[in-house]
Design a protein around this ligand. Structure first.
Ligand code: UDP
Length: 465
């Protein structure tokens, strides 16, 4: 081990949207010479070990350590260790409570291994203090882009949502580089009124301000005004190193075997360029059966070819038979990144989770945006109003139990994203942004260089004290 080799601990929230980019981040750090250890819980262990096994063939090694998750003590069902397993939003505070009970186990590991930095998820505000006990810098990973970070910060600071008379009256998010309008309905409950989560989010913010800084999975060219605003106006120390999913691509392509090819990719091989709409709402959303029916009707009415990922719920009878010439329904988990990158994909109907959004951006496809919860309504604004590579389906209400969008609106947005002059123009812009994304992670690119800066800053802190 070189004298100045960095050893980084990664501690992601137990949710696919946080696990996937953290795993990619660990791979990226290792490919650039650091040593990486990931901390997770037993049930989530296989997600990491399978991926880590694969990259061993490239000569990269990542360590994983499991700590016990106190589900039952926190009032959750036994075996509930990942957020997509939560059957209702009411269980989120219990899940958060269980994570706070991990502090002692994490501290034992920090004491034992004494890494040079701890990259801990925003959901673990106590991690800053834990790391400080051992004189270890803590970095925050939110799993969001700059735009959402800036918008949420200004909402919390200026509280424009308190000055409107109804949940549907639009208000401006003050002082942002663009005129961004929202309604109270589009905000998380803890931003609308005081809830259990409001206090928790204050702790998150506080721990961020005492941490070493923030790692952002984004690239400068996607949201330059907001990358600058975050650093220079809000005064945050941040390094952007994304899209992290693109960083390991060249290495991992070497591991792709043709015989592993998922059936949906073979189906896509038979389709024309940019002719298929990809429809997926991430790993956490819960759609009611009536909402699933509206989507089915909307897709049929759009007359576009499609791949639709349905995680759970009931697809209307006869739908698959009627649309078998035009569409493919995937139940469960789909190889999303590979699908989006296929030349046959023409657009992406997405819930605007940040990973999905970046995956759409990196694939260079226009998007039909249907935000549901978390910071997804902010991401929609970035894509439709700022980068202008998407059209809104018209979702109005923040909710994980989705049931409010009609088939006509879905069909209309799908058509707008897929065909016509507007779509052509968005596709042209999306391809340009894709190029910038790839450039950002290449040697000399903005994200590549910012990771160098982060490594330099950590070395200065650890080895030149
Ligand atoms: N994902 C996938 N296959 C699926 C559903 C999701 O590969 O069938 C991946 C998707 O590519 C993304 C992540 O899961 O990387 C979801 O993260 P995102 O931030 O988009 O949304 P969340 O699930 O956190 O709401």
């Amino acid at each position: 081990m070189a004298d100045d080799q960095l050893h980084i601990f990664f501690f992601p929230m137990m949710a696919h949207g946080h696990i996937i980019p953290t795993l990619d981040m660990a791979k990226l750090f290792v490919s650039r010479g650091a040593k990486a250890t990931i901390i997770t819980t037993p049930l989530n262990l296989p997600i990491f070990t399978q991926a880590i096994e694969k990259i061993k063939h490239l000569g990269f090694e990542i360590n994983v350590k499991a700590i016990r998750f106190p589900a039952v003590e926190a009032g959750l069902p036994e075996g509930c260790e990942r957020m997509d397993q939560l059957t209702s939003d009411d269980l989120v505070p219990k899940f958060i409570k269980a994570t706070t009970m991990l502090q002692e186990q994490l501290e034992l590991l920090l004491r034992e291994c004494h890494p040079n930095a701890l990259v801990a998820d925003m959901f673990f505000p106590w991690a800053t203090e834990s790391a400080a006990k051992f004189d270890i810098p803590r970095l925050v990973f939110h799993g969001m882009g700059f735009f959402a970070l800036c918008a949420s910060e200004n909402l919390r600071h200026y509280k424009p949502q308190k000055n409107v008379s109804s949940d549907t009256e639009p208000f401006l998010v003050p002082n942002l580089p663009h005129k961004i309008k929202l309604t109270r309905m589009k905000l998380a409950p803890h931003d609308r009124e005081e809830t259990e989560m409001t206090k928790f989010m204050e702790q998150v913010k506080k721990s961020e301000s005492t941490s070493f800084g923030v790692i952002v999975n984004s690239f400068y060219e996607l949201e330059p005004d907001y990358a600058d605003y975050y650093r220079h106006v809000l005064g945050k120390r941040a390094w952007h190193i994304g899209p992290i999913l693109l960083c390991n691509r060249k290495n991992e392509e070497k591991l792709q075997k043709n015989e592993d090819k998922h059936a949906c990719l073979q189906w896509l091989d038979t389709k024309r360029q940019s002719s298929v709409m990809y429809v997926s709402f991430g790993s956490m959303s819960n759609l009611t059966d009536s909402q699933i029916e509206e989507i089915a009707l909307g897709l049929e009415a759009s007359e576009q070819e499609f791949i639709w990922v349905v995680r759970k719920g009931k697809i209307p009878e006869g739908f698959e038979e009627r649309t078998k010439e035009k569409g493919l329904v995937i139940r469960g988990w789909a190889p999303q990144v590979l699908i989006l990158d296929h030349q046959a994909i023409g657009a992406f109907l997405t819930h605007c989770g940040w990973n999905s959004t970046l995956e759409g951006v990196s694939a260079g496809v226009p998007m039909a945006t249907w935000p549901m919860f978390a910071e997804q309504f902010f991401n929609e604004q970035l894509i439709t109003e700022v980068v202008r590579i998407g059209v809104a389906v018209g979702a109005e209400k923040w909710s994980r139990e989705v049931e409010n969008v009609k088939s006509e609106a879905i069909a209309k947005a799908v058509k707008r994203a897929m065909v016509g002059e507007e779509s052509k123009e968005m596709r042209r812009r999306a391809k340009e942004v894709k190029k910038m994304a790839n450039k950002a992670v290449e040697e000399g690119g903005s994200s590549y260089s910012d990771l160098n800066t982060l490594f330099r800053d950590l070395r200065t802190l650890n080895f030149q004290k």
